[in-house]
Design a protein around this ligand. Sequence first.
Ligand code: KG4
Ligand code: ZN
Length: 394
Amino acid sequence: MIILSIETSCDETAAAIVKFKNGKAEVLANVVSSQIKTHSKFGGVVPSLASRMHLKNMVPVLKRAFTRAKINKNKIDYIAVTNGPGLIPALMVGTQAAKALAYALNKPLIPVHHIEGHIYANWLKPVRKCQMSNVKCQNYTLANPEFPVLCLIVSGGHTQLVLMKKDLDYKIIGETLDDAAGEAFDKVAKLLGVGYPGGPVIEKMARLGNKNKFKFPRPMMNSKDYNFSFSGLKTAVLYAWNLEFRILNLEDRKKNVKLQNSGADFNSAKFHPDFRQDSKFKIQNSKFKFDIAASFQQAVIDVLISKTIRAAKEYKVKNIILGGGVSANKELQKQFKERISKEFPITNSQLPITNLSTDNALMIAVAGYYYILNNKNISDWKNVEADANLVLSI
Ligand code: KG4
Ligand code: ZN
């Protein structure tokens, strides 16, 4: 069975063609066209621009996928598409492309929830030969994990703990009440003036910093529920940044009578960029930024892992998975593995940490495949619409 899948929920235009047979997934093509360069100039994703870029890239991405897969379009058996949640102008492009293809090729269309994709990316186990070579893995076996499975999904739009008692059965046991974890990484990076997307750059900076330098709060870490909150942590980073800024510039401020007399508020966000141009400040500042990045990252990691382990104990799960863009963070992956093996060892855990963390269409094909296996959600193109607020439900 061959599935063509499409994903355009945010700033990646992606298409994959995957052959599923006898519990194996052979990836014939997995194309991702990123818009990061375009959006980074604006410090975040601009929805209307994302939509225009998806429109421009959708057909070339599909063409590349078919060229790589070396198959005729008629060989496709099913089409799967992310129809939500996400940015509606972005989702509409992928959904309409999938509908047009389903109509033209007369194939069934399977709508997939974006988070389902992040979850099912973890069902792909790289075949050993692939894992050992340095070549990007193209072949996977499909895991048949023992349930319950606890999923920690951390992305730019979501932070959720999802409990699965069987395939395609989801219960959200906790989620963020404000910012998503990835959003917090992006906002802190913006505050430090180090670009977009924030996650990868904060991770790099954190490697050079001292994670114990700042005692940032661990919001809701000990609350009885499994919800999260990251906006207060982001504010704590802002205060630390402002305070340190003042100390570092005390000397400069003393010298600068004009500024002192101007009554300027050194805490004001408006005022900071001028100071950031100062070369002496920049040098002092970089070490400080690394420490902030490391301390912030550790606070996020501590909260995510502590709550996951507590939920795993309460629900007596057999597997724990980590998915979504933030799960690309190597320090999170390392501490996740270490703490789980120490505090909640699962001897029969069958799911390795995925290397498909950030948005891609391969994960959508896998979720689509499980819908086909379970004879669910197999729709006609007429019945599928993009939905920005699509809810993950059974
Ligand atoms: O899943 P994803 O690709 O898109 C959404 O569904 O939102 O996740 C993107 C998010 C961004 O906020 C980005 O900063 C974050 O994942 N991210 C990371 C890392 N790589 C991407 N966060 C922390 N560490 C990383 N290495
Ligand atoms: Zn995502």
